[in-house]
Write a protein that binds this ligand. Structure first.
Ligand SMILES: Nc1ncnc2c1ncn2[C@@H]1O[C@H](COP(=O)(O)OP(=O)(O)OP(=O)(O)O)[C@@H](O)[C@H]1O
Ligand SMILES: [Mg+2]
Length: 476
C-alpha cells in the first residue's frame, strides 16, 4: 500500500517535471511571460517531493530541476531584453530558491517525521510492556485480582477469570460478582486499605458464585499509584483445594487402617468365646424341654448370630485384599453386580441406568470390588425408600477409570459426609455402619480413590477412580 503510494508520487514528480521542462523548451525564447510562469510551476514537484520523500526528496528534486533549468541562464544571450544582467541574476536566484525551498521543506518534513517515528516507537514499547506484563500475569497459576478503594474489580488474570467463570465485562463490578461470602473478603481488604498493611498466606475457605467451595491461601497488599497514594488492593489467591482434599483422604485412610487393625484384633478375641457360647447354647437347647429356657436360649443364639455378622464385617474391613487380583473387564464386573442386586433393586422400585462409554480390562480383585460396588448400590437403594433412579457410568479419563453412581435419594448433609467412611457410623436402625468403610478399604487396596458429592433432598453421587494397569482395550 505504502509502496504503491510512493510509486504514484514518483511518477507524478517525474511526469510533472518533464512536462514543465518540455513546455519550457518548446516555448519560444521571446515569450518571457510564459517562461516566468513555467519556472514557478517547478515548485510543485519540488514541494511534493520534499513532503513525500523528506530531505533527500526535496534536495534531489531541487538539484535535478535546477540542472534542467540551468540552460535558461543563457537565455538573455539568445534573445536580447535589454536588461541582460538582471535577468541572469533572476534566473540564478530562482535556482537558489529551488534548492532552498526543496531543502527547507525537506528538512522540516524530516524532523516532523522523526518525531512521529519516535512517538510510534514509544507507543509500541509501551504496548509491548503492557502485553508482556499481561502475559506474565496470565501465565501465573495463581489468581491475581486488583480492586480499587471501593472494592470494585479493576483487573483479574486469566486463571482468575477461569476460576470465577467471568466474562469480559467484569471491570468495575463488585466482589459479589465472584464470591458468595464477598463481605468477608471486603473486611479483610479494608484492613489492608485502612491500616496499610500486608496479609501473607492466610488460609480461607470461600464459596464461588457457581456454588463450588474452594480453599485458598490469600496474600493481599496495598496498590500504590505513581503519586505513592494507596489506590486499591492487590490480592493473590493460591487454590489449595486439591491439597486439602488429598490431606483429608490421607487422614481418613490413616484413621481407617488404625481402626481396622484394632477392630480385627478385638474381633478375633470375641469370635472364639462367642463360638463357645453359641455351641453350648445349641447343645443345651437340643437337650432341654423347658419352653421358657428354650426361648431364652434361642434369643441368645440369635443375638450371637447378629454379633457374628458384625464381626465378619469387621474382619472383612480389616483383611488385606491384594493377593486375589487378576485381569478382569470392569464392564463385565458391573453387569455381574447388577445381576446380583437386581432383585433387591426391583423390590425397592428403583430404576437403574447403566452406561459404559469405554471398557478396560484391569487388574482387580473381582470378589472384593463386587462387594464394594454392592455396598454403594445398597446404600443408594436404601436412600430411596419411595423409589427413584440410580445412574451408573463407566468412563475413562487420562488412563484413570471412573465409575460413578448417582442416585436421586435423600442426600447426605455436609456434617454427615465427613463421617460416612468411619467404621460403625450409621444413620440407619439396622445398619452396622461398615459398608462404606469396607468399600473405602477395597478401593484403597486397588490404589484408587473415592469421592462423594451430595445435596440434601436431591441425591448423592459417588465417584470411584481406579488406575489402569492395562492388559488390553475393549471398545464397545
Ligand atoms: N447413597 C446414599 N444416600 C444417602 N445416605 C448415604 C448414602 N450412602 C451412605 N449414606 C450414609 O452413610 C452412612 C454410612 O453408610 P454405610 O454403608 O457405611 O453404613 P450403613 O449403610 O448405615 O450400614 P451397612 O452398610 O452396614 O448396612 C449411612 O448410614 C447413610 O447415612
Ligand atoms: Mg451401607
Amino acid at each position: 500500500m505504502q509502496d504503491k503510494r510512493s510509486l504514484h508520487n514518483i511518477i507524478f514528480i517525474i511526469l510533472s517535471t518533464l512536462i514543465i521542462t518540455i513546455f519550457h523548451y518548446f516555448t519560444t525564447a521571446n515569450r518571457w511571460d510564459i517562461h516566468e510562469f513555467l519556472r514557478r510551476l517547478y515548485y510543485i514537484p519540488i514541494i511534493v517531493s520534499a513532503f513525500r520523500f523528506r530531505l533527500k526528496g526535496g534536495l534531489l528534486s531541487s538539484i535535478v530541476i535546477s540542472l534542467l533549468y540551468a540552460p535558461h541562464l543563457l537565455l538573455p544571450y539568445v534573445v536580447s531584453f535589454g536588461h541582460g544582467d538582471i535577468t541572469i541574476l533572476n534566473q540564478f536566484l530562482e535556482i537558489i530558491m529551488f534548492i532552498t525551498i526543496g531543502t527547507t521543506t525537506g528538512f522540516l518534513v524530516e524532523s516532523d517525521y522523526k518525531k512521529k517515528k519516535m512517538l510510534e516507537l514509544q507507543i509500541k514499547r509501551l504496548t509491548d510492556l503492557e502485553n508482556y506484563t499481561q502475559n506474565i500475569l496470565d501465565s501465573m497459576t495463581n489468581v491475581l485480582i486488583a480492586v480499587n478503594r471501593h472494592f470494585k474489580l479493576q483487573s483479574i488474570n486469566k486463571e482468575g477469570r477461569r476460576l470465577f467463570q467471568l466474562k469480559d465485562s467484569f471491570i468495575g463490578t463488585g466482589l459479589d460478582n465472584i464470591l458468595i461470602e464477598y463481605e468477608r473478603l471486603e473486611e479483610i481488604l479494608s484492613d489492608v486499605l485502612l491500616k496499610n498493611k500486608k496479609i501473607l498466606n492466610r488460609e480461607l475457605r470461600f464459596t464461588l458464585k457457581s456454588g463450588q467451595e474452594i480453599y485458598v491461601k490469600l496474600i493481599a497488599y496495598p496498590l500504590y499509584n505513581i503519586l505513592d497514594e494507596v489506590e486499591g488492593v492487590v490480592v493473590v489467591l493460591e487454590d489449595i483445594s486439591k491439597i486439602r482434599k488429598l490431606e483429608k483422604q490421607i487422614r481418613r485412610a490413616e484413621k481407617l487402617s488404625a481402626v481396622g487393625e484394632l477392630a480385627s484384633g478385638i474381633a478375633h478375641e470375641i469370635r472364639n468365646p462367642l463360638g463357645i457360647i453359641k455351641t453350648i447354647s445349641q447343645t443345651i437347647n437340643s437337650e432341654i424341654r423347658d419352653e421358657e429356657i428354650k426361648e431364652g436360649l434361642e434369643i441368645i443364639i440369635h443375638e450371637v448370630n447378629r454379633a457374628n455378622t458384625v464381626i465378619k464385617g469387621l474382619l472383612d474391613f480389616a483383611k488385606p485384599y491384594v493377593h486375589q487380583k487378576k485381569y478382569h473387564s470392569l464392564d463385565k464386573l458391573i453387569s455381574e453386580v447388577l445381576l446380583i442386586t437386581d432383585k433387591y433393586i426391583q423390590q425397592h422400585h428403583v430404576e437403574v441406568n447403566y452406561a459404559s462409554k469405554e471398557d478396560r480390562i484391569i487388574l482387580l480383585d473381582v470378589d472384593k470390588l463386587k462387594q464394594a460396588f454392592i455396598n454403594i448400590i445398597f446404600n443408594a437403594v436404601q436412600a430411596m425408600p419411595e423409589g427413584g433412579s440410580l445412574d451408573i457410568n463407566l468412563s475413562i479419563h487420562n488412563d484413570i477409570t471412573k465409575i460413578s453412581f448417582k442416585d436421586t435419594g435423600k442426600g447426605i448433609s455436609k456434617d454427615v459426609i465427613e463421617k460416612i467412611f468411619e467404621p460403625f457410623y450409621t444413620t440407619k436402625d439396622t445398619g452396622t455402619g461398615l459398608g462404606l468403610a469396607i468399600t473405602h478399604r477395597i478401593i484403597e487396596e486397588h490404589n484408587g480413590c473415592i469421592e462423594v458429592d451430595s445435596k440434601l433432598g436431591e441425591g448423592t453421587r459417588i465417584n470411584i477412580y481406579l488406575p489402569i494397569e492395562e492388559k488390553g482395550v475393549k471398545n464397545d
